[in-house]
Ligand binder design. Structure first.
Ligand code: 1BN
Ligand code: ZN
Length: 457
């Protein structure tokens, strides 16, 4: 049966239903016909004043019953928003006169309105929500004034269409992760020379990262502070934060440090000279810059933050709190203030040939579900060769301060073998491009994008 509405309106409504959640795949006429039938019945009862269901106390009439019936339709079609909108309408139009019920309904309405406002802000659907609320108010007003019920019903109809339908679930999409481009970034990173916090090279690499992030469309903010190293040197801290969908409340965090160590204390020669840090600095930077390029923020039902920690590697061996000065400063005084994310992954020394990631014990204690998701994702994308089952640590690294300070569960992906040792070039002058593998970067990128794509809505 064709809908009793103009073709233009029919196309508009059908389009609307197609692009929104519509679990029973309802078509306009599935509810337009009953709407008009019951509206006619209501109008008839109103004109003739013959209201067989009239009750003096509860003020029940045919229209109420009819609209409650429609409410069931809408509840199926539109979920709780549709039903709550209907209750709101019923309340306003004075049908429900029992005080306790009115109080409950008032609270429900308040919760509903807050939820609508919240959703509108998050989903940027202000126009349709506002339109819905406007229609709803008109409907209620008409009914209050006891004008023609068909007008009231029509308003309710459109109000529910507007407010009741929730947008289709977003399917997160990413451009393919390109290990080659991440590798290229690691190379550029090493070409800056050593990047010790507070030095000229460090400033240059930070500016390069910011430029790259901005060209990927991120909103970049900087968290600055000052810190004292274990040698009592005062250094400026500059954590770099790239945000995608900065207005979303739900956030996911990917992080890595971008500074490089000031000494090669694990080397046999030139122990006091700074290192290039292709893996211990560069690999995490390469991963994050490539994530920034592959993100398609408009498809994400969450906000994504990429944080580049400063001053991770100026510590004294055996003194864990002398490392991670950037993340420690952030945890004390985050930016944006009150910063929180649902979960996070940190990338530290992730680009080495032959890396097999094990399970770091802090991560296991604080984010066991996320570990499972990452390892399962690796299987799903065929990257299981870089994920093993050995457990190691705990390693005090940037994510520990973020988890403990801000309550964000994080997994640290860091190359430590079953023997509890970092790779042989760690904190030596051999940490150069020679140890980096674009295949490892690729496999890790594919894995993490799989996790991000399958984040529950
Ligand atoms: C990791 C890579 N870290 C520094 N570069 C932090 C750390 C240092 C973790 C020493 C354990 C021991
Ligand atoms: Zn290091």
């Amino acid at each position: 049966m064709e809908p009793f509405v103009s073709p233009e309106l029919s196309v508009y409504v059908e389009d609307y239903l197609l692009s929104h959640r519509n679990p029973w795949n309802l078509k306009l006429h599935h509810f337009a016909v009953p709407t008009f039938l019951v509206s006619g019945l209501a109008l008839l009862s109103f004109i003739t004043l013959a209201d067989p269901l009239h009750h003096p106390v509860f003020k029940i009439d045919v229209a109420l019953i009819a609209e409650m019936g429609l409410g069931v339709f809408w509840f199926r079609l539109a979920g709780k928003f549709g039903l709550l909108a209907l209750l709101f309408y019923g309340f306003l139009s004075g049908w429900v006169r029992l005080l306790p019920l009115q109080i409950i309904l008032s609270l429900t309405v308040l919760a509903y309105v807050l939820q609508v406002i919240g959703h509108a802000a998050i989903e940027r659907r202000q126009v349709s929500r506002v339109g819905g609320i406007a229609c709803l108010s008109f409907g209620a007003l008409f009914h209050f004034l006891r004008s023609t019920k068909i007008i009231a019903l029509s308003c309710t109809f459109f109000a529910l269409l507007q407010t009741g339908c929730t947008p289709k679930k977003l399917q997160p999409e990413f451009s393919p992760f390109q290990g080659q481009r991440a590798y290229q970034d690691v190379e550029t990173y090493t070409q800056f020379g050593p990047k010790v916090s507070g030095t000229d090279n460090h400033k240059k690499v930070a500016d390069w990262i910011v430029t790259s992030l901005k060209s990927s469309g991120a909103t970049v903010i900087e968290h600055t502070a000052s810190a004292t190293t274990f040698t009592q040197k005062k250094i400026p801290i500059r954590n770099l934060i790239a945000q995608f969908n900065p207005d979303h409340k739900k956030r996911i965090l990917l992080s890595a440090h971008y500074d490089s160590r000031d000494i090669a204390d694990e080397d046999k020669k030139r122990k006091n000279e700074p290192i290039l840090a292709a893996n211990d600095g560069g690999s995490g930077v390469g991963m994050l810059l490539e994530f920034a390029r592959s993100v398609q923020p408009q498809t994400l039902p969450y906000g994504l933050d990429l944080i580049f920690w400063d001053a991770e590697d100026l510590g004294r061996p055996g003194d864990p709190y002398s490392y991670c000065l950037g993340s420690q400063a952030f945890a004390k005084n985050p930016k944006p203030a009150g910063y929180k994310a649902a979960w996070g992954i940190n990338f530290d020394m992730v680009g080495r040939k032959g890396t097999v990631f094990g399970i770091e014990k802090f991560s296991e204690a604080y984010a066991p579900d996320l570990i499972k998701r990452i390892w399962d994702a690796a299987k799903a994308v065929g990257a299981n060769s870089i994920f093993g089952s050995h457990r190691f640590g705990p390693v005090v690294d940037d994510p520990v301060f973020i988890t403990k300070g801000l309550g964000i569960p994080m997994v640290n992906l860091i190359a430590m073998g079953p023997d509890g040792k970092f790779p042989p070039e760690w904190h030596t002058h051999d940490d150069t491009m020679k140890v980096i593998s674009k295949d490892v970067l690729q496999a890790l990128g594919d894995t993490v994008l799989h996790v991000l794509k399958n984040e529950p809505n």
